[in-house]
Design a protein. Structure first.
Lengths: 562, 90
């Protein structure tokens, strides 16, 4: 029996990432890039349910590997994504980026298969480090944003660490189960999770950092950090009502900023926040249908968002441009990239017969069944406008719009195959969702394809498309960015730090100057009196000595006669 | 990054998709599809959660209105927050 042999899919991928630079030297780069994610995928699907590994560390009971349906959905899609992302990135020259991407994906799987809070935290921090390396390996233009990214995630890590320490101190248990918001440590844990899910007020870290990564880097970045955060929210805070307004805010924040944005990859970055907002709202609603919807939507979202970013990454690699104002008309010479981008865009818009339709509608329907009228109407409005701001906007401005005069070629074969693979999954799950539904945490009795639902969704989407073309003059792209909360730490932040630095520096320097001046004075004083020429230090001539001895003897004599 | 081949857009031949006649035809076909979708509601029984969402053409007008409102809201916010894209480079 090999039942005793249990390999952690996350650790396999992390080990693969760490060995990649060595394997690349002996010509096994491509093999290693594909083999480790494939092995992780097999393990994620094959490992049985239950606690698989336990250990003790510093007197704490740890469960480094635990499987159940929720873990399996996330571990599977993370491994699948790692495989597709590696295939797409085979021609990426930076081995550091690819090795970091493996460690990043492995740590994400590690979080999804962790059975206790300490293990969650360790993988969580490994993710932050590895993802920062993925960003930084894009070169000097990504350095500033990479450091800002690391800063925000360190803050999130500190909140999480404090929360977990407090939770263990209060309850004595490291178990990662559903938590309520009754204690301060749990609120800290929730805030640590919310930083990574790109919730307000710090959502800006995502559109600030991801679009500065390389053409292949953003594909992997889009998949793991926010979706691991969705996983831990789903596991730790299901039905927490606070998550509903947070999710709705993220949805509309993403839409409005994406409407104003010019850079195609920044549009897609804002749409990550928007789509993750749907999942967070679903977790806040907290019924079995809503939680299934959040998990299913995380699965489909990872695939179609990666597909969109592969399409955008191909355009970036083959043209060196990512601004809508510079692009347009590329469908002529990049038809495959255009078609794959359109499939991803349709799936993101929950178009019927794509994967987004079978997952997102579960969340809306859960809101309807709970009679959450405001939530339901807002979700419907958001679904409609998703078609406007990405579903049509991305393909239109990149591949159609005007003729930019650019005639780029299609990207290399491995990139085309990766895009076709993900496009096939988007359509496959849309037409036949049963394999996805079978993986979800709770039994599914949901039927997405009713005539009523399809017609209603098509009305929402196609009239949104009509609105796009009627309002096209309002939507023309300009060479602008839209200020976000990151302004605070990019403009006044450094200024305040500079002022503090200058004045605190000044005070310190003054203090040091004073100390030096006083000690110099003291030294000079001592030197004057006790130095070689000082009154008390110099050697006196014998004559002077004799003279003073005479004077003193004379004085003593006179005094004794008085 | 690869610098792609370039042509002058003014003199490049217009493919079928960009000819005015094609574009006119696309508008007509789209109009027919949109009208068909709204009329389909006559034949379909919608199971509504809140009443209004089951009425005829609800998805159509609601989707359209949501987009108009959001685009205008974005424009309004843009007046306050839009900056040249070299803003942080200075």
């Amino acid at each position: 029996m090999i039942a005793s042999l249990v390999l952690s899919p996350g650790l396999v991928l992390i080990a693969g990432g760490l060995m990649l630079p060595l394997l690349a030297r002996i010509g096994l780069r491509s093999v290693a890039l594909l083999a480790f994610p494939a092995l992780a995928l097999v393990l994620a699907l094959a490992l049985p349910d239950g606690v698989l590994v336990t250990s003790r560390f510093l007197g704490l009971d740890l469960v480094p590997l635990k499987m159940d349906a929720t873990s399996r959905v996330f571990a599977t899609v993370f491994a699948l994504m790692s495989f597709a992302g590696s295939l797409y990135a085979l021609n990426q020259k930076s081995t550091i980026e690819l090795a970091s991407a493996h460690v990043y994906a492995g740590s994400a799987i590690g979080v999804a298969t962790a059975g206790d809070l300490v293990t969650v935290f360790i993988y969580w921090e490994a993710m932050a480090l590895a993802s920062t390396l993925v960003i930084l390996s894009a070169g000097t233009k990504a350095h500033a944003s990479g450091i800002r990214y690391a800063g925000i995630h360190m803050l999130g890590g500190v909140l999480l660490m404090a929360g977990i320490a407090g939770e263990i101190a209060a309850t004595g248990s490291t178990a990662f189960t559903a938590l309520d918001l009754s204690t301060v440590p749990r609120m800290l844990i929730l805030s640590g999770f919310l930083v990574n899910v790109a919730a307000p007020p710090l959502s800006a870290w995502l559109p600030d950092a991801y679009p500065t990564s390389s053409w292949s880097g953003m594909v992997v970045l889009s998949a793991f950090t926010t979706k691991t955060a969705v996983y831990v929210l789903l596991r730790g805070f299901p039905g927490t009502e606070l998550l509903i307004p947070i999710g709705l805010f993220m949805i509309f924040y993403g839409i409005i900023y994406a409407i104003l944005e010019n850079d195609m990859r920044r549009i897609l970055a804002y749409s990550i926040v928007n789509q993750v907002g749907f999942m967070v709202t679903g977790i806040g609603i907290g019924t079995e249908l809503a939680l299934n919807g959040a998990a299913a939507h995380a699965f489909t979202h990872i695939i179609y968002k990666a597909l969109l970013l592969m399409s955008a990454g191909s355009v970036l690699l083959m043209t060196g441009r990512s601004k809508c104002t510079d692009l347009g008309g590329l469908y002529r010479t990049m038809p495959l990239t255009a078609v794959c981008g359109i499939v991803g865009a349709l799936a993101m818009s929950s178009f019927p017969w794509t994967s987004g339709f079978v997952s997102k509608s579960m969340i809306s329907d859960a809101a309807g069944r709970e009679h959450l009228a405001v939530v339901w109407f807002l979700l419907a409005a958001a679904s409609a406008s998703a078609f406007l701001y990405v579903g049509i906007k991305f393909p239109w401005f990149v591949f159609f719009q005007k003729d930019s005069g650019l005639r780029p070629e299609e990207p290399p074969l491995n990139m085309r195959v990766a895009m076709i693979l993900l496009a096939a999954i988007c359509i496959g799950l849309g037409v036949y969702p049963d394999p996805l539904y079978a993986m979800l945490p709770y039994p599914v009795a949901y039927v997405p394809y009713t005539v009523s639902h399809v017609v209603n969704q098509l009305q929402l989407l196609l009239f949104s498309g009509l609105a796009f073309f009627l309002m096209l003059p309002l939507l023309e792209r300009t060479l602008t960015i839209t200020l976000d909360v990151d302004w605070l730490w990019r403009r006044p932040g450094p200024w305040v730090a500079g002022v503090l630095d200058r004045y605190s520096g000044l005070t310190w320097e003054k203090l040091v100057d004073q100390v030096i001046a006083i000690s110099t004075q003291l030294y000079k004083l001592l030197y004057r009196h006790h130095g070689p020429d000082g009154l008390f230090g110099r050697s006196w001539p014998t004559g002077t000595m004799a003279f003073w001895t005479t004077v003193m003897l004379g004085t003593v004599m006179i005094l004794s006669y008085l | 990054m690869i610098e792609p081949k370039r042509v002058d857009p003014a003199t490049a031949p217009k493919p079928w998709l960009e000819r005015p006649a094609t574009i006119r035809m696309l508008w007509v076909v789209s109009g027919v599809i949109l009208a068909g979708l709204v009329l389909a509601d006559l034949a379909i029984e919608h199971h509504s959660h809140f009443g209004v969402d089951g009425t005829m053409g609800f998805g159509a007008w609601y989707g359209f209105a949501a987009c108009v409102v959001l685009v205008l809201a974005a424009k309004a916010l843009g007046l306050l927050l839009k900056k040249p894209d070299s803003y942080y480079d200075r």
